[in-house]
Design a protein around this ligand. Structure first.
Ligand code: DAK
Length: 628
């Protein structure tokens, strides 16, 4: 798959200009195309006006805007632009025929390696791929408004999308600083599938006079931690968007998704909802029961259908919709038994049109919480990759993440197949530190509990027999830097940054930073970093010996895996003993260290691997170590 350098965004409207801005900001040579020059100019205006305002407010430097604009071109000649592009993102009017014609035109002129993505929110990616003619190089990139700012991107696999195309689109989203979630090619993908009927149900509550709009908005804000309820939001984004989206879902998923009469009326009369008034809290419970019933019922269904995972669905709500809670985390809060009752009430009313999710039924009948993971373990042969996956908070370490990290490393330690591990983060951070929100109001005793938990995990990584490679993919701040310091090898991506900013928060490093950093880079350098809280680049970190080496962003994981697999080919017991000798030896005087080494190396002679290693050398063949 060719490297993506030149990006073409077709459509200079709200979404197209936002996507073009995001691509140009990330350093891609980006062309924005539209049918008429005035549309292209308007697209540039949409990009420049808010950024000029930020400059006036002192929130952005002019040179940063100049840099973005230097990466951005506008044209009306789609063919000429398509000839050059490595990636084409279509963001034109949401009509199949218009998109179909466009993809046919692009297919005629584009490079044979071009990757094409549609930003459709309601059409089938698989059907659109047919009009391009090479479904293997076609997928969906569904951005959320405002596309330049909103962190979420749904990366959609059409039936023909190859794994290479999917990962090219996924990596592109990452380079834009977005949090991608994988979704199946199903109408509404993940987020609109539950969000649009959620808005529609709010309309039904209004027309059934269960509550007025102000009350429904206030009840929603209370339960979801939002600042705009359904009606305020629909007024803000425009009624037609919600209406059309609901109508598309209606055609695919049946009666439950039929647009509410009041929504259709507002759409036809081009009116906005009346949202003024004093909310009536006595009606909150009735409103919540219905809205949560829709939310819980549909999100559980879409996960059962394989549209997205539970974790991805929660990320969709947190990042795409800026809710305070994901639906599955919220189900855990109210209890899955209660969540099932809410969903069942709708099922009883609608029958087959609102099917009851089997997984929700199963969990709810036992009132079992969903197991939502923030740490993912992927075992690839003798190597385990442990990924901290909480990108919405830059992988900040809260008690849940620390507990799961502990469990992950225990599982790796106990897995006889695994000989080395790689630790990394998802999104643009390795780990941006201990969770400040979780710590802000902690008492000293609560802080002690978190320190104990965190230090136990970090020490476990340091002491475990199997080597651990930190693949630092982005911010490694505070507790994140300390986590990396406990690893045996530290690789950094070019764009990674390191810092110990704790003193700026009125605390100091608490996961071993005051101890391990001076041992690694010397006390004066460590004190400078700890006392100033300064951020340093990956290159500076390499210079002071904080990291082993810096590699290109795209090569970070492959390089970490290469080293891990190489280690995994060596004698595991000898490596474990060597790791212990180095670590313990650093904490003692040279004579004690050498004594430790003597005992340790002597022990290797009691292993079968020593016999195998030396025999293999003499027999001029590769050793086959078994870890015995
Ligand atoms: N904790 C909680 N949330 C965090 C976070 C953190 N450390 N870092 C980032 N986030 C959240 C942000 O609040 C934001 O959430 P929303 O506002 O969207 O809800 C989201 O992640 C995205 O972050 P930004 O919008 O800020 O992203 P930017 O790219 O603009 O900035 C940044 C990235 C890394 C420069 C910035 O997020 C930042 O400065 N973050 C804080 C970094 C930091 O100060 N880290 C050190 C944390 S203190 C102890 C044990 C351990 C420790 C101390 C004591 N004992 C238990 C006593 C260790 C302490 C630390 O690590």
């Amino acid at each position: 798959m060719a490297k993506i350098e030149k990006v073409l965004v077709v459509g200079a409207g709200t979404m197209g200009s936002g996507i073009a801005q995001a691509a140009a900001t990330a350093g891609y040579k980006t062309t924005m195309v539209d049918m008429k020059q005035e549309f292209v100019d308007a697209g540039f205006g949409k990009i420049k006006t808010p950024l000029e305002k930020r400059i006036t407010e002192g929130k952005m430097r002019r040179e940063d805007l100049d840099r973005i604009l230097a990466n951005l071109k506008g044209t009306t000649d789609v063919e000429a632009a398509a000839r050059e592009a490595d990636l084409v993102i279509e963001a034109v009017f949401e009509e199949f025929k218009i998109k179909e014609d466009l993809f046919k035109r692009i297919a005629k002129v584009a490079k044979p390696t071009v990757v094409v993505a549609t930003n459709t929110s309601s059409l089938s990616v698989t059907q659109l791929a047919k009009s391009f003619g090479a479904p293997d190089r076609f997928g969906g990139l569904h951005f959320f408004n405002p596309a330049a700012v909103n962190k979420l991107v749904e990366v959609v696999k059409g039936h023909g999308t190859t794994p290479e195309t999917f990962s090219a689109l996924w990596d592109f989203a990452l380079r834009l600083g977005k949090v991608p979630i994988e979704t199946k090619d199903s109408f509404g993908f993940c987020v609109n599938r539950f969000f649009v009927p959620f808005l529609n149900e709010a309309c039904r509550l209004l027309e059934e006079k269960v509550a007025d709009a102000a009350t429904i908005d206030a009840a929603t804000n209370e339960v979801l931690g939002t600042t705009m309820g359904p009606f305020a939001l629909m007024n803000f984004t425009g009624i037609p968007i919600g209406y059309h989206a609901e109508e598309t879902l209606h055609q695919s998923f049946g009666a439950f998704y039929k647009p509410a009469d009041v929504l259709r009326e507002m759409f036809e009369k081009k009116q906005l909802f009346e949202i003024a008034g004093k909310p009536d809290p006595t009606k909150f419970e009735a409103v919540k029961a219905r809205l949560l019933g829709v939310l819980f019922g549909i999100t559980a269904q879409l996960v059962d259908e394989g549209v997205a995972s539970r974790e991805a669905t929660d990320k969709g709500a947190l990042l795409g919709l800026r809710w305070g809670h994901g639906p599955f985390a919220l189900m855990n809060q109210v209890g899955t038994a209660q969540a099932l009752r809410y969903a069942r009430a709708l099922h009883d009313k609608w029958g087959k049109a609102f099917p009851l999710s089997p997984s929700l039924q199963k969990a709810g009948e036992r009132n079992e919480a969903w197991n939502l993971r923030n740490v993912v373990v992927d075992v690839q042969g003798h190597v385990a990759v442990i990924t901290i996956d909480r990108p919405e908070a830059l992988n900040a370490l809260n008690p849940k993440v620390l507990t799961e990290l502990g469990e992950a490393f225990t599982a790796v330690a106990n897995n006889k197949e695994v000989r080395a591990a790689v630790l990394t983060g998802s999104g643009k951070a390795f780990v941006a530190g201990a969770d400040i929100k979780a710590m802000a109001n902690q008492t000293a005793m609560e802080s002690l509990a978190m320190t104990t938990l965190g230090q136990r995990v970090v020490r476990h990584i340091e002491l475990m027999v199997k080597p651990v490679i930190a693949a630092v993919n982005g911010f490694a701040f505070g507790g994140g830097c300390e986590l990396a310091l406990a690893c045996d090898v530290i690789l950094a991506a070019e764009t990674a940054q390191f810092a110990l900013p704790e003193v700026g928060l009125g605390i100091h490093p608490g996961f071993g930073g005051t101890q391990r950093l001076p041992r690694l880079i010397g006390p004066v350098r460590a004190k400078e970093l700890i006392f100033t809280g300064d951020r340093i680049t990956a290159q500076q970190a390499e210079k002071i010996g904080l990291v082993n080496k810096v590699v290109k962003d795209a090569e970070l994981l492959p390089e970490a895996l290469r080293i891990a697999h190489k280690i995994a080919e060596m004698a595991p017991l000898a490596i474990g003993l060597a790791k212990e000798s180095v670590n313990r030896g650093l904490e003692t005087d040279i004579d004690s260290g050498l004594a430790l080494e003597t005992n340790s190396v002597t022990l290797t002679f009691a292993t079968q691997d020593q016999k195998e290693g030396m025999r293999a050398f003499l027999e001029k063949r590769k050793a086959n170590f078994t870890g015995r």
